[in-house]
Design a protein around this ligand. Structure first.
Ligand code: SAH
Length: 359
C-alpha cells in the first residue's frame, strides 16, 4: 500500500490530482476551504467530485498532529492546545485573544529545546526534537479550525512556543514558505514573527530569505556573564556578533527588530543595565519589549522585577529614544504564558521511544 501524502505537500497533492483526473479548480476550492477558511476535512472534501472523495480521503493525510486536549483560561482570552505528534510526543500552541478582538497564535518549532535557558520550562525539559513542517503547519490549521467555530481568524503568528526556531532552520523556512504560498494559507508575511535566542548567521539568512517576516531577539542582558548565566547557549555567540547581526538585518529589512528583554529582579534590571542596554542598541532600528518573568517550578530563585523598577527601566530606554513596551502575559492560569510551555510527560515518552526496537 502506498504511503499517504501530506495535504501540506503541494507538489505531491497536485500529482495526485492529475492521477485521479479531477479538475484543478476542484482542488483549488478544497484548498480554499481547508487552508483559508479553516472549515475542516469534511467541508474540504465536499468540494471534490463525489466519485473521487473517498479515494482522496484515503490517500491524503490531512493532519499530522492529534488534538490531545485544550484548556481555556478563566482569567483572560488564552487557550492552550496540547497536540500529539505521530511519534507520541506532546507539543503546545497557544491562542491569545486580546481585548481588541485580535487573535495571535504562538506556535512551537521543536519538542523541547537545546538552548536550556534557566528561566524557561521548555529549556528545562532536557530533550530537543525537531518538528516537521507539516507539524508546524498543523498547529496553525488546528488552531484556525477552533477559531473558525468562533467566526474568527488568526491575525498574528509568533514562533514563541516550544523550541528554538533556528535550530530547525530549513524546516522553519519550509513552513514559512507554505504559510505565505497563495495556493496554501496565503498568509501575509508581515504578520509572522520569529523569536530567537540569538543565532547571528541564521537571523541574517532569515531576513534575506523572508525580508517581510519580523524577527525578535531574546537579548535579556548585554553583560556577557549575565546573559550566559541565563542562556547557556549564549556562550557560543558573542554580543558583538549579535549586534552585528541585528544591524545586518536592519540593512536588509524595513521592519523594526523586536528586542525581548526578560525582567529579573536583581539580575538584569538596574538603571545601569538599562543605560548599558540603550548604549548597546544605539543606531539599531529596534523596539524593546520588556517581559515580566512568569515563574516556573525549576527556577524558584528567579523573581520578576517589581513594577516601579520596571517602569523606571522602561523610562530610561524611552528617554534614549527607543520605543519600549511591556508584554502583557496571557494564560498564566493554564501554564500557557511565555516560558511555561512544557510537558514533563515527554521525557518519559522520549525514553520509551529511545528504548523501543526500531521497526
Ligand atoms: N527560542 C525562542 C522562542 C521561544 S521563547 C527564543 O528564545 O526567543 C519566547 C520568549 O519567551 C523568549 O523571549 C523567551 O526568553 C521568553 N521566556 C522564556 N521563558 C520565560 C518565562 N519563564 N517568563 C517570561 N518569558 C519567558
Amino acid at each position: 500500500m502506498s504511503e499517504r501524502v501530506s495535504i501540506y505537500d503541494s507538489g505531491s497533492i497536485d500529482r495526485l490530482r492529475a492521477e485521479m483526473k479531477f479538475e484543478p479548480r476542484r482542488l483549488r476550492a478544497l484548498r480554499t476551504v481547508y487552508f483559508k477558511k479553516f472549515l475542516g476535512v469534511e467541508a474540504a472534501l465536499a468540494e471534490l467530485p463525489e466519485n473521487v472523495r473517498q479515494e482522496f480521503a484515503r490517500r491524503v493525510e490531512f493532519h499530522s498532529l492529534a488534538m490531545e486536549s485544550a484548556f481555556d483560561s478563566e482569567v483572560d482570552g488564552a487557550t492552550k492546545l496540547v497536540l500529539r505528534t505521530a511519534a507520541g510526543l506532546l507539543i503546545e500552541s497557544v491562542l491569545m485573544r486580546t481585548g481588541t478582538g485580535r487573535v495571535s497564535l504562538c506556535v512551537s518549532s521543536q519538542v523541547g529545546c537545546a538552548a536550556a535557558c534557566s528561566f524557561c520550562a521548555t529549556g528545562q525539559m532536557g530533550i530537543a526534537r525537531n518538528l516537521s513542517a507539516a507539524e508546524i503547519l498543523d498547529q496553525v490549521l488546528l488552531a484556525g479550525e477552533r477559531l473558525a467555530a468562533e467566526k474568527r481568524l488568526v491575525r498574528n503568528i509568533v514562533f514563541m512556543g516550544m523550541g528554538e526556531p533556528f535550530h530547525n532552520e530549513e524546516t522553519l523556512y519550509d513552513a514559512v514558505a507554505a504559510l505565505q504560498a497563495p495556493g496554501l494559507f496565503h498568509y501575509p508575511p508581515r504578520r509572522i514573527l520569529i523569536s530567537t535566542v540569538g543565532i547571528p548567521d541564521a537571523m541574517v539568512r532569515c531576513a534575506r530569505r523572508f525580508p517581510q517576516v519580523n524577527l525578535a531577539l531574546s537579548l535579556h542582558s548585554v553583560r556577557p556573564s549575565v546573559r550566559e548565566q541565563l542562556i547557556p547557549l549564549a556562550a557560543k555567540y558573542s554580543l558583538d556578533e549579535l549586534r552585528a547581526a541585528v544591524a545586518a538585518v536592519n540593512q536588509i529589512q524595513q521592519n523594526t527588530v523586536m528586542i525581548e528583554y526578560l525582567m529579573l529582579a536583581g539580575l538584569n534590571d538596574s538603571a545601569d543595565d538599562a543605560r548599558e542596554l540603550a548604549a548597546w542598541l544605539t543606531d539599531l532600528d529596534v523596539h524593546v519589549n520588556l517581559i515580566p518573568y512568569n515563574p516556573i517550578d525549576s527556577a524558584p530563585h528567579l523573581r520578576t522585577t517589581d513594577r516601579p523598577e520596571r517602569d523606571a527601566f522602561a523610562e530610561i530606554l524611552r528617554s534614549a529614544g527607543f520605543v519600549t513596551t511591556i508584554r502583557y502575559s496571557l494564560g498564566a492560569d493554564i501554564a500557557a504564558a511565555c516560558g511555561q510551555l512544557v510537558q514533563s510527560e515527554n521525557r518519559q515518552i522520549a525514553r520509551q521511544l529511545a528504548a523501543a526496537p526500531s521497526p
